[in-house]
Design a protein around this ligand. Structure first.
Ligand code: ADP
Ligand code: MG
Length: 227
């Protein structure tokens, strides 16, 4: 199991705003390990996550998730790979208003076409794993920011993704919470054996990570616009 990007180039935008967001990037990410993806703002971290998570098809190159080239799939197959093989955790948690912690996971199961009942035990197990067994019935407005992020982590893991992608999880939290969240993501990654990539600026994350990938080692002239 691994995620391998080989010679991946991504161009975004049109006309004057056309930009090479990733230029011939080659990188490998190992399973059961948290890799911190670092680099200045605009260096292509979010774009790399989008390509790795099959949200975006590169202009060139291969994106091998356990041997499947996501870049070579049709749109339909890519949507399926994204649904079944990738878990995302967004910065804000991105929870649905009005649903309890447990219902957030049920909704994710339904969206993926899985009967929520079949995943009920697993949903509870995951919420327990992230320390929220006493918050199953709480809605987002009844949870703290850190608790909302933990719900989002449990939700991202529900369908046993091979790949867990996290974009700047600690950008809006204090140091103590950043440390707790990063440790939780790292421990969960080891337990589940998924490939975890966390885009970050935060030394707390790079310190805890099993490895660090610097965008600047992998891209040249990353900010240049395509002529
Ligand atoms: P990071 O996450 O490291 O801050 P991004 O992956 O968001 O970097 O962006 C990489 C580069 O691509 C930046 O120069 C950004 O301005 C550019 N970019 C991002 N989205 C678009 C878009 N839709 N159109 C044109 N350029 C874009
Ligand atoms: Mg970004």
């Amino acid at each position: 199991m691994s995620l391998d990007l080989h010679d991946v180039t991504v161009t975004l935008g049109r006309g004057d705003s056309r930009t090479t967001a990733l230029r011939a990037v080659t990188a490998r990410f190992e399973p059961g390990a948290l890799t911190a993806l670092v680099g200045p703002s605009g260096s292509g971290k979010s774009t790399l996550l989008a390509v790795a998570g099959a949200l975006l098809r590169p202009d060139r190159g291969q994106v091998l998730l356990n041997g499947t080239d996501l870049a070579a799939l049709s749109d339909r197959e890519r949507a399926r790979a994204r649904r079944e093989r990738v878990g995302y955790m967004f910065q804000s948690g991105n929870l649905l208003t009005g649903l309890t912690a447990e219902q957030q996971l049920q909704a994710a199961a339904s969206l993926a076409g899985r009967p929520p009942r079949s995943l009920r035990a697993r949903a509870r197990e995951l919420l327990t794993e992230v320390g929220l067994e006493h918050r199953l019935g709480h809605r987002p407005d009844q949870l703290s920011g850190g608790e909302r992020q933990r719900v989002a982590l449990a939700r991202a893991l529900l369908l046993q993704p091979e790949l867990l992608l996290v974009d700047e999880p600690t950008a809006a939290v204090d140091r103590t919470r950043a440390e707790a969240l990063t440790t939780l993501i790292a421990d969960t990654t080891r337990r589940h054996g998924c490939v975890t990539v966390v885009a970050t600026h935060d030394p707390v994350v790079t310190h805890t990570a099993d490895s660090v990938t610097d965008m600047q080692q992998h891209t040249a002239a990353h900010l240049s616009a395509v002529p």
